[in-house]
Design a protein around this ligand. Structure first.
Ligand code: FAD
Length: 468
C-alpha cells in the first residue's frame, strides 16, 4: 500500500501519523528539524511545545477544551496519551513535562512498524506522485513551502501574521445599551441592514477610553516577529498614540448610526461588533486588533457601554502565524479545493493552540487513512467539540462583509462554536429558575453532555463501518 505523507512532525503531524498508522496504513513523516530550524523550536523532538507546557483545562463537563480532551482520548489520541503519561501538577489544567512528553511522542512513533520518519525540509509543493498528503507545518511553516502553497491559493489566501480583534460572546453583551444597525442601514451582500452591534460612547466616555488605552501595558514584539503593521491592521493603541481623535475617524466613527435607545442624542464615538460565526453566538470588535496585554484588554474593553459584562471568546493579538483562509480554500474534509491530494491540519488551518492543532491532526489523519482504505468516514457532528472546531474552520465562520483585513482569524475551541442546546437551559434539577453564573454553568454542562452522547454515537458508527 502506498504511504500517506505528512509534512511537519509537530502536534498535528504527530497525531495524524499515529491515527493513520493505527488504521493500518503506512505513513511517512517529513520533519525538517534538526536540518532546518524555526524561530521558536529548540529541539529535534516531534510534538515540541514551543511556549507554555499546558493543554489548559481538563474539565470535560464545563470547559470546551476539556471536552475536546475527552473526545480525543476517546479516539485513541497519542498526544493525549503522552500528555497523561507526562503530566505535572497544575490544578484543574493538564500540564506536561515538555521534554518527557515530546520524547514519549517521538519514541511511540519511531517504534510503530508503519511509521517512517524522514528528516528533511519539503521545500516547495510536494512531489506530484504523492497522492495523499497532510500538510501540518504549523504557524512557522518554512518559507519555501509557504511560497509553494501560495502559488496554488493566491496571494491573499495565506497570511503570515494574525491581527486578531477580540471576540465576544453575544449573550454577555448588554442589548439594553447596544443596538443592531449597519452604518446607513446598508444591507450589502448577504446583509440585512442591521448586521452590526453598536456600542455608544459619549465624549467623557471616549476620552476616558483613550486615556486608558494610552496608559495600558502593551506586549512587545519578539525580535523575530519583525514589524507586522500593515494597511488596515494597525493596533488600536498605535492609532490612539497617533492622535486622540484618530479612532473616532477610524474604527470608532459614529456616522450613519442612530441609537435606538436614545435616538435624539448622537453618540460621540461608536464601537461596532460584527457577527463572527454562522450560529450568531460570537461577535468580533470591528477594527480592534491590539497588542495590549490580556488583563488590560478585558479591563479596558469593559469600559465600553454595552460591554461592561463582556465575556471574551478570545482576546486580541498580533503574532507571526502562517495560516490559510480556510473557509474559502478548504473543503469540509480539510482538503485544498484547488488540489485535493493536499489535506491540511494544525494551526495552519486557522485553529489555535496545542490541543486544537492535535485535534485537527487527529481528524485529518483519520480522513487520510479512510481515503487510502476506500472507506467512507462521516464528519463528526457539529455538536461535538471536534465537529464544532472543524466546522468553524471550513464553514462556520462568516467571511467579512466589508473591506479591511480579512476576517477569518485563528480560534481556540470555545462554547460559542457549539450549536445552541436543544432546549433552552432555564431551570435546575430542583426545578428552580437558574440565573447568572449558575445558568451559564448549566448551559455548558448541557452542551458537553450532548457532545459526549453524539461522539459515542459517531464512534459506534465509524467502528461498525470499519468492521464490515
Ligand atoms: C511562538 C509561539 C508560541 C506559542 N505558544 C503556544 C502556547 O503557549 N500554547 C498553545 O496552546 N499554543 C501556542 N502556540 C500556538 C500553536 O498551538 C503551536 O504553534 C502548535 O505547536 C501548533 O501545532 P502544529 O502541529 O500546527 O505546528 P508545529 O507544532 O509548529 O509543527 C509544525 C512542524 O512542521 C515543521 N516544518 C515546518 N515547515 C516544514 C517543511 N517545509 N518541511 C518539513 N517540516 C516543516 C516544523 O519544524 C514543526 O516541527 C504558539 C505558537 C507560536 C508560534
Amino acid at each position: 500500500m502506498e504511504p500517506v505523507h505528512i509534512i511537519g512532525g509537530g502536534l498535528a503531524g504527530s497525531e495524524a501519523a499515529w491515527q493513520i498508522a493505527e488504521a493500518g496504513v503506512p505513513v511517512v513523516i517529513h520533519e525538517m528539524r534538526p536540518q532546518r530550524g524555526t524561530e521558536a523550536h529548540k529541539t529535534d523532538g516531534l510534538a515540541e511545545l514551543v511556549c507554555s507546557n499546558s493543554f489548559r483545562s481538563d474539565d470535560s463537563e464545563s470547559n470546551a477544551v476539556g471536552q475536546l480532551h475527552w473526545e480525543m482520548r476517546r479516539l485513541g489520541s497519542l498526544i493525549m496519551a503522552k500528555g497523561n503519561a507526562h503530566q505535572v501538577p497544575a490544578g484543574g489544567a493538564l500540564a506536561v513535562d515538555r521534554d518527557g512528553f515530546s520524547q514519549g511522542v517521538t519514541a511511540a512513533l519511531e517504534a510503530h512498524p508503519l511509521v517512517t520518519i524522514d528528516r528533511g525540509e519539503i521545500a516547495g509543493l510536494p512531489p506530484a506522485d504523492w497522492d495523499n498528503v497532510v500538510i501540518a507545518t504549523g504557524p512557522l511553516t518554512s518559507p519555501a513551502l509557504a511560497d509553494g502553497i501560495r502559488s496554488l491559493t493566491g496571494e491573499d489566501s495565506l497570511a503570515f501574521f494574525d491581527a486578531i480583534a477580540p471576540i465576544v460572546h453575544f449573550e454577555s453583551i448588554d442589548m439594553d445599551t447596544a443596538w443592531f444597525q449597519s452604518r446607513y442601514d446598508k444591507a450589502g451582500p448577504g446583509g440585512t441592514g442591521a448586521d452590526y452591534i453598536n456600542c455608544p460612547l459619549d465624549r467623557d466616555q471616549y476620552e476616558a477610553f483613550i486615556d486608558a488605552l494610552l496608559a495600558a501595558e502593551k506586549t512587545e514584539f519578539k525580535e523575530w516577529e519583525g514589524t507586522p503593521y500593515f494597511d488596515g491592521c494597525l493596533p488600536i493603541e498605535v492609532m490612539a498614540e497617533r492622535g486622540r481623535e484618530t479612532l473616532r475617524w477610524g474604527p470608532m466613527k459614529p456616522v450613519g448610526l442612530t441609537n435606538k435607545h436614545n435616538p435624539t442624542v448622537k453618540a460621540y464615538a461608536v464601537v461596532q461588533l460584527r457577527q463572527d460565526n454562522a450560529l450568531g453566538t460570537l461577535f468580533n470588535m470591528t477594527g480592534f486588533q491590539t497588542k495590549l496585554k490580556y488583563g488590560e484588554q478585558s479591563r479596558i474593553f469593559r469600559l465600553i457601554p454595552g460591554l461592561q459584562n463582556a465575556e471574551f471568546a478570545r482576546l486580541g493579538g498580533i503574532h507571526r502565524n502562517t495560516y490559510l483562509n480556510s473557509p474559502k480554500l478548504l473543503d469540509e474534509r480539510l482538503r485544498l479545493k484547488a488540489d485535493q491530494r493536499l489535506r491540511f491540519a494544525g494551526q495552519i488551518t486557522g485553529c489555535e493552540g496545542y490541543v486544537e492543532s492535535a485535534a485537527t491532526g487527529l481528524l485529518a489523519g483519520r480522513m487520510a487513512a479512510a481515503e487510502r482504505l476506500g472507506r467512507d468516514l462521516p464528519l463528526p457532528p457539529a455538536t461535538t467539540a471536534l465537529g464544532a472546531l472543524v466546522n468553524h474552520i471550513t464553514g462556520g465562520h462568516i467571511v467579512t462583509i466589508d473591506e479591511g483585513p480579512r476576517s477569518f482569524q485563528p480560534m481556540n475551541i470555545n462554547f460559542g462554536l457549539f450549536p445552541h442546546p436543544d432546549q433552552p437551559v432555564t431551570h435546575g434539577p430542583d426545578g428552580k429558575r437558574l440565573k447568572g453564573p449558575a445558568k451559564s454553568l448549566a448551559r455548558k454542562q448541557a452542551l458537553t453532555a450532548r457532545a459526549k452522547v453524539e461522539m459515542e454515537s459517531w464512534v459506534s458508527g465509524v467502528e461498525a463501518k470499519a468492521a464490515e
